[in-house]
Design a protein around this ligand. Structure first.
Ligand SMILES: [Zn+2]
Length: 280
C-alpha cells in the first residue's frame, strides 16, 4: 500500500522567506480552509498575517514539494475571513489535495501537543520548546517531552474466502470493520494482534504479516496494519466494545469504512485478492 509522499519534515524554519508557504491554521482541531464548490484549499501566502488573524503560536513543519509548511494555532472565537471556514479533518478528506491532507494530519497533532503540554508532568514547571528537535524540555528538572503518539494495531483476519469483520457500538449504523486496538506497554506488535483478536472475538490467529501503516490524527494514533490467518475458535463477544462480529465473503460485505482509513485499504486488498478466482 506504499504511497510516496513528497514531504520532508523539518524543525528549523528558513531564516528568510520570499516565496509563499502553506499555512495549516487550526482553531481547536478544525482547519481553516477556503470554501469552494467541490474542492477546498488552504492559504498559500508569504506571511500568514496577510489574512489579518491573530495567531497564538506558529510551528515550522518542513517542506512539501519544496514549499515550506507551517502549523498555526488560532485563538478561540476566531472569525474566519470572507470565503473561508473551519472544518474538521475527516470532513476535508477527499476534497483537499491528498498531500496537503497528510501534512494537515501532522500539523493538527503538533498544534494539539503544543497546546496540551505546557507544564512538566514530573515537576510542574512551564516547559520550553526545543529548537533542534520536536520536543519540549523542562528548564528545572531537564525532563524531555515528545509529541504524543499512541500505536494501535489493525488486523484483517482471513479464513479461506472469508474475512472477519466486527462492529463497535460507536460505529455508524450497519457499518463493520476489521479489528483494531491499542498496543500495551511491553508488548510486541504481533503480541498485540494475537491478544486483541482473542480478547475481542475469542479467535486464535497465526501468520501475522505486516501490511502497512497510517497516521490517524484523531487525536494522535499511529495505525499499524497486519493480515493474519484464522487458526481456531468460535466467535464469542466478551468485550463491551464490540456489539457484533462475523465472517463475511466478498459477495456479502456489509457497509465498510471510507477510503481515508487503512481499514478500508486492508479490506480492498482482500477483495482484490478474491476477485480473479471468482470472476473465472
Ligand atoms: Zn520538570
Amino acid at each position: 500500500m506504499e504511497e510516496e509522499r513528497n514531504f520532508v519534515s523539518g524543525i528549523v524554519p528558513p531564516t528568510e522567506r520570499s516565496e509563499p508557504a502553506w499555512w495549516f491554521a487550526f482553531q481547536e482541531n478544525k482547519l481553516l480552509v477556503y470554501q469552494e464548490s467541490s474542492s477546498i484549499s488552504i492559504p498559500c501566502l508569504v506571511e500568514f498575517a496577510e489574512l489579518g488573524l491573530t495567531t497564538l503560536d506558529q510551528h515550522y513543519l518542513g517542506r512539501l514539494n519544496n514549499t515550506h509548511c507551517y502549523a498555526v494555532e488560532l485563538g478561540e472565537g476566531t472569525v474566519p475571513p470572507a470565503g473561508m471556514a473551519f472544518e474538521g479533518l475527516r470532513q476535508v478528506y477527499g476534497r483537499l489535495d491528498e498531500d496537503l491532507f497528510w501534512v494537515a494530519a501532522r500539523a493538527v497533532q503538533i498544534v494539539d501537543w503544543d497546546r496540551t503540554h505546557l507544564f512538566c508532568g514530573r515537576c510542574g514547571a512551564p516547559l520550553r520548546t526545543k529548537t533542534t528537535e520536536r520536543a519540549k524540555e523542562c528548564p528545572i528538572c531537564g525532563q524531555l517531552h515528545f509529541p504524543r503518539l499512541a500505536p494501535a494495531i489493525i488486523v484483517l483476519v482471513e479464513r479461506g474466502r472469508e474475512l472477519l469483520l466486527a462492529r463497535s457500538r460507536h460505529f455508524l449504523p450497519g457499518m463493520y470493520s476489521v479489528l483494531a486496538g491499542f498496543v500495551e506497554p511491553g508488548e510486541t506488535l504481533e503480541e498485540a494482534v494475537v491478544r486483541e483478536v482473542k480478547e475481542e472475538v475469542g479467535v486464535t490467529v497465526k501468520d501475522i504479516k505486516y501490511f502497512g501503516s497510517q497516521p490517524w490524527p484523531f487525536p494522535h494514533s499511529l495505525m499499524i496494519g497486519f493480515t493474519a490467518t484464522y487458526v481456531c475458535g468460535e466467535i464469542s463477544l466478551s468485550d463491551d466494545e464490540i456489539e457484533d462480529a462475523g465472517w463475511f465473503t466478498v459477495e456479502n460485505l456489509p457497509t465498510i469504512p471510507g477510503k481515508i482509513s487503512i481499514a478500508r485499504k486492508l479490506i480492498d486488498w482482500f477483495v482484490s485478492k478474491q476477485r480473479p478466482s471468482h470472476e473465472n
